[in-house]
Design a protein around this ligand. Sequence first.
Ligand code: FUC
Length: 784
Amino acid sequence: MRQSHIVTRRTMLGQSAAAATLAVAPPVTASERVEAESGTNRLWYRKPAERWTEALPVGNGRIGAMVFGGIDRERLQLNEDTFWSGGPYDPVNPEARAALPDVRRLIVAGHLAEAQALANAKLMAKPLQQMSYQPVGDLLINLPTISADSATDYERALDLDSALAVTRFTAGTVRYERQVFACPVHQVLAVRLTASKPGAVDCDVSLDSPQSAVLGVDGDMLTLAGRNPAEQGIAGALRFVARAQVLREGGTLEPRAAGVGVRDADAVTILIAMATSYRRFDDTSGDPDAITRAQIAAAAARGFAGIFAAGVADHRRLYRSVRLDLGRTALADRPTDERIRTSEDSYDPALATLYFNYGRYLLIASSRAGSQPANLQGIWNDQVRPPWGSKYTININTEMNYWPAEPTALAECTAPLIAFVRDLAEQGAHTAREMYGARGWVAHHNTDLWRATAPIDGASWGLWPTGGAWLCTHLWDRWDYGRDRDYLASVYPLMRGAAQFFVDVLQRDPASGHLVTNPSISPENEHHKGVSICAGPAMDMQILRDLFDQVAQAAAILDIDRAFAAELTALRAGLAPDRIGGQGQLQEWQEDWDGEAPEPHHRHVSHLYALYPSHQIDPDDTPALAAAARRSLELRGDRATGWATAWRINLWARLRQGEHAYEILRFLLGPARTYPNLLDAHPPFQIDGNFGGTAAIAEMLVQSKGNQILLLPALPSAWPSGAISGLRVRGACSVDLSWRDGRLDAATIVSILAGPRIVRLGDRTATVRLRPNRPVRLTEASFR
Ligand code: FUC
């Protein structure tokens, strides 16, 4: 991608080191809380991180750091979520539209290998790959008067409830503490170094970067300014600035060749701001210099205590909305890496709680209003060539990132996803027109900061037109969980545009008479060696059934667009239905190719979309299809890549097989799929497994479909007693739940809306009539 990553450095030493000592309130150590909430709200370790997959993530949605917790040398690996390679570009292949009818004809004629070859030659994006997410660099803090070898009582931790990373150790007679916090209010990272003795803090602070950048030092301020790299022939269009101000209390400031030194201080606060010139996918005119300058100035006026107080309140507003208890054993007191390492051979139910809490923490830290959506690595990436570009893969991974958002009460964190779909609809309208001659908009299997929507990588990965449609189901879910009519009106045009595209491109299969997508693939599976291209894969039909239903329902709710809704309803009836194949399995393709497909244990289970996240297949309403989905799951096997393992847990939960779901969850939480820092191992690191696993734990405890609420639908015997509060279900409703010895203790349901709810507990049912904001309490005795 890039030839060199040489840092061009020009160090401008500032005037004097006479910066005024900042008055900062007494340190907010949050130590008591960190001590108290062990086991389910805290990751902790007895050694500094050596590898990135041991470091601890902090983030405010937009900027973040991986904290290594070194003794004599701290490293904060820095990210800013708009720092990607390249610039605005149009990847649509100008030959695509003319070649499309031939590709379609070859598919209909059954000449699939030729169709795929032609698609590869004429339909794919130019360039064939997209831009990648980039690291900004590292903030390095050297502690020259501390010797790592002599330090004792070392501990580092990430407290999920306060979003604070803390490193502590004793050197000589002094206890040192270092706190790192990413502030969502003040938009800075704040680091605080304290010691138990006055005048004991010495440090040298510098900024390093793998990017082409220049470091300047002016007094107590370090400024790294540079440009983003080109990739695939797309020139870098972004400027970036990372700025760090080193504020001391007491002591002296000492200029350094490439940094700032402080000696004999009582405490030091380092404020870090980062920004790029990205404003929108087609506008890179932002001023990162002015932005970061203003952010640092505003934050410095507050000091660490003020920044932390504002930020932690904002964090807790979201984080504390759900509380989970799955029971605990003494293992919950062990260091986190040890718990993961031994989890498959031990009984540590609190580890699942920690994983769930961490998933919610990670979404709050990587997706907040105004930020980019969480990408394949959330916002945390140290590589200039990250795996899969650390992009947005929208044939499962981006959607999975947001699976826990609605049920675990983090609806606010979907704001970036909704804004992202708005962008994709704009870019995707161009792709629909130029590539397909169609109205509406399309996005294929992958996208990037520039919202590229043409098919990439090769037909067997990229030639899948249903990515945008799948994302639109998340727009609908936001409505269904929140029931805000103005919101629905605001996203309706996006959903409508996604459906409009398929009105124009659906093809009638001459053999069956059904409407199908053509060309397409079933993500990313080959039905025959080297061949993926096909018409009407099951997943496309399933997604379109949801999309058409949801657009028609939205039109009815908003009382608009009647004719279009009727058109969609008619088209929906013509879509190819799900089928059961020769092995009793749910067919992945129109033809029963599943048994011949070269990878029987393929990670993707695209055709099971209908079971989860969709509700089209359900053990009650479609028992035969549910049995076929189960057969497909059995044939695919339980163990797959991180995200694919997490998907399987959700699917088994929907089949209400709690023991099976739990067995797969144990594998997900074990060392093969979870790194010491509790981040998901595809491998390599990919964050979707964390989010899919979090959603799965919720799905085992509560499910909702229409106006039905299922309590404890997939409770495993390993969680005999427990409680959860604050979970959200469809219809703007919350559920609190506790159970004992495998039996419901009590459930409380409350909604802002009136209406009947069918609450289910195993085979038994209770019908409740909710009144707005009036909680209804149910016990075992309420069910018949
Ligand atoms: C899809 C998956 C891979 C990986 C990539 C980012 O291509 O099939 O396993 O997760 O996305």
